[in-house]
Design a protein around this ligand. Structure first.
Ligand SMILES: C[S@@+](CC[C@H](N)C(=O)[O-])C[C@H]1O[C@@H](n2cnc3c(N)ncnc32)[C@H](O)[C@@H]1O
Length: 231
């Protein structure tokens, strides 16, 4: 049985947020995409509506939709209250206020829940957890990881991050991770050493500015490619 870490928030984002966080383009839609730690995001459901198949992996998917829904509602108010108590920490650009943020998170979970059981039967929602995934090498073009790696740097050590990133590179030609900040809005201490490590192994690693910012200053993603793949 996989372990669901209690302090990893069971909240999810929309396709539009994924689009902005990861600088996705129309060209990317033709690629095979996997989202790691997608949780109750509506990314997969909305992509399916547009005719694109995405695979999402998360330990949360071992639960039934109604249990995931309960977990969402058990934590959303507490998280919104924490956001309200630290107004200066957040960029109110995409979401206009804490209430607007809550509305967006609710809209995402509703879309996710509508799709989840069917999508799980179709193999689009897969139970799994980093640092080790039961997925064949090179199965995907792009692996996306939103609000898990780097964000929880206080809970997961450098070794976990390193193993997880190599695992993502095993299953996909390109890896994109957002954000690069931890929960306290500091740049994760693992960014610099992991970039050195990966470059030393011949990977192309870049930090790119993106058009999404929720944590103040958190508008950068990391892209990692095997040398010789893509542009
Ligand atoms: C803050 S949520 C982010 C959800 C989604 N990626 C988004 O940005 O909307 C973090 C997710 O990471 C998942 N998670 C926890 N431990 C994990 C692990 N070891 N491997 C992959 N995902 C994990 C949680 O279940 C949760 O759904």
């Amino acid at each position: 049985m996989v372990m669901v870490l209690e302090n990893v928030a069971p909240l999810g984002r929309s396709l539009e947020e994924y689009w902005l966080m990861f600088g996705l383009t129309e060209k990317d839609l033709d690629k095979k995409i996997i989202g790691i730690g997608d949780g109750p995001a509506s990314f997969n459901a909305e992509m399916k509506e547009l005719g694109n198949n995405v695979t999402s992996v998360d330990p949360l998917y071992e639960f039934k939709g109604e249990e995931i829904e309960k977990k969402f509602y058990a934590s959303v108010d507490n998280i919104i209250d924490q956001v309200k108590s630290s107004p200066g920490d957040w960029a109110w650009t995409y979401h206009s206020s804490p209430e607007d943020l809550k509305l967006h998170r609710k809209q995402a979970v509703v879309k996710f829940l509508r799709d989840f059981e069917k999508g799980k039967a179709q193999g689009r929602y897969v139970v799994g957890e980093l640092p080790s995934l039961d997925i064949k090498e090179g199965s995907f073009d792009i692996a996306l990881c939103s609000h898990f790696l780097f964000l929880y740097s206080d809970h997961y050590d450098y070794d976990f991050h390193k193993k997880s990133i190599y695992e993502l590179l095993r299953i996909a030609g390109e890896v994109r991770i957002f954000p690069l900040l931890d929960l306290l809005l500091n740049r994760s201490p693992y960014i610099h050493p992991i970039m050195e490590e990966l470059r030393g192994e011949g990977y192309r690693v870049r930090i790119e500015k993106v058009e999404y910012e929720m944590q103040r200053g958190g508008n950068e993603m990391m892209t990692i490619r095997k040398n010789g793949s893509g542009t």
